[in-house]
Write a protein that binds this ligand. Structure first.
Ligand SMILES: NC(=O)c1ccc[n+]([C@@H]2O[C@H](COP(=O)([O-])OP(=O)(O)OC[C@H]3O[C@@H](n4cnc5c(N)ncnc54)[C@H](O)[C@@H]3O)[C@@H](O)[C@H]2O)c1
Length: 361
């Protein structure tokens, strides 16, 4: 199969869909890899590394799209890329089609086979190609919050871990899935006093066990969330209800009770946010101040660390790309149900039930 990797064109997107190591694997399996020049530069991966791994470097995206049987990307195809799509071509990338009728229609019109990273799902419900980005977002959330507590950033002027004789910061993590656990890991590592809230008691039990009771676990309900918000120096929102907008668990009234200079990092902002006062911000201006509380609301947090993000993403995607390239999409989907669930559009039709439901409602 010919696999093509164009340079990402979304503003500020520096990740790349394949690393030289990924190229090496595909080439070893007898496939051809075309990569647009400088596609890896934003992640510290120059063309020479791709050439050494066996890729052919193309000077334009047009050439990559024209020759590739499967195009691998990071972000969804943007309007400038739509005219380059070809019928029956596999587009393997994050698609998030349920949030864009326009893109869905463009892919259907082009007749491509859109395989979305985000709907590849294992039988146990795991979303293996979303997990690495949540791991990064969780760790980054805590790093950013720790810096934001510094007084020159507008924070409370508190050192996360405290010092002997001075208590550490109170970090509250609401929603302890992948984002939450990774935030907890960093917060605990920095010496914070951590409270974890979730509605999944098994998860709380597990966290209680692995942190040896060092973190306080609390069942999440409106009363416990309100109480925790009021004492938090840092409040991290990592709630997810699969396929739905994030519930607004922290109301504006609760935010008003928070300490001045405390920090909210609403990682769930990409699903609308779980804090009522959150709004979407950018890496250039990540914070807004509301009721004296700093709110971080960047929906594409991993973009801040493209080197790590490219490696983490491609560690997860490359094995799937190899299976699709080796077997062809149909045989790969038949053999691996997780790949079958990745197919969102095909032959001009929306084939993923979740995406179809989003447009029928
Ligand atoms: N901003 C970004 O750049 C970025 C990056 C990655 C992920 N995210 C977002 O972060 C969010 C979390 O992702 P994840 O991978 O950790 O999801 P996950 O499914 O692993 O975890 C979600 C957790 O929320 C819990 N939850 C659900 N309802 C709750 C409630 N009422 N109270 C408390 N907890 C509740 C669940 O039990 C689960 O443990 C998602 O919205 C995801 O899209 C954002």
């Amino acid at each position: 199969m010919i696999i093509g990797v164009p340079k990402e064109i979304k503003p500020a997107e520096r990740r790349c869909a394949l690393t030289p190591a990924g190229v090496q694997q595909l080439v070893a399996h007898g496939h051809t890899v075309l990569i647009e020049t400088e596609a890896g530069v934003g992640s510290g991966l120059p063309d020479g590394l791709y050439e050494s791994a066996g890729a052919l470097v193309c000077s334009t995206a047009e050439e990559v799209f024209e020759r590739a049987d499967m195009v691998m990307k990071v972000k969804e195809p943007l309007p400038a890329e739509w005219p380059l799509l070809r019928a029956e071509q596999i587009i393997f990338t994050y698609l998030h089609l349920a949030s864009s009728r326009e893109l869905t229609e463009a892919l259907a019109r082009a007749g491509v086979i859109g395989v979305g990273y985000e709907t590849i799902q294992r039988p146990d419900g795991e979303l293996p190609l979303l997990t690495p980005m949540s791991e990064i977002a969780g760790k980054l959330a805590m790093q950013e919050a720790a810096a934001a507590l510094n007084v020159h950033r507008g924070g409370r002027g508190i050192l996360i871990g405290g010092v002997p004789g001075v208590p550490p910061a109170e970090v509250v993590v609401l929603g302890c899935g992948t984002v939450g656990v990774n935030a907890v890991e960093v917060a605990a590592g920095l010496g914070a006093q951590v409270t974890i809230l979730d509605i999944n008691l098994d998860r709380l039990r597990h966290l209680n066990e692995v942190t040896h009771g060092r973190c306080i676990t609390v069942y999440s309900d409106p009363v416990t969330v309100a109480r925790a918000a009021a004492y938090a120096d840092v409040f991290i929102g990592g709630v997810l209800i699969a396929g739905a907008r994030a519930p607004k668990l922290v109301t504006e009234a609760m935010v008003k009770t928070m300490k001045p200079g405390s920090v909210v990092v609403d990682v769930a902002i990409d699903q609308g946010g779980c804090v009522e006062t959150s709004e979407i911000t950018t890496h250039d201006e990540p914070y807004v101040l509301k009721h004296g509380v700093l709110h971080w609301g960047v929906p594409n947090m991993p973009a801040a660390v493209p080197r790590t993000a490219t490696l983490a993403l491609t560690n997860a995607t490359t094995p799937y790309a190899v299976k699709i390239a080796d077997l062809g999409l149909d045989a790969a989907a038949e053999r691996f149900p997780d790949i079958a669930l990745g197919v969102n559009v095909r032959g001009g039709e929306i084939v993923h039930p979740g995406v179809r439901a989003a447009f029928e409602s």
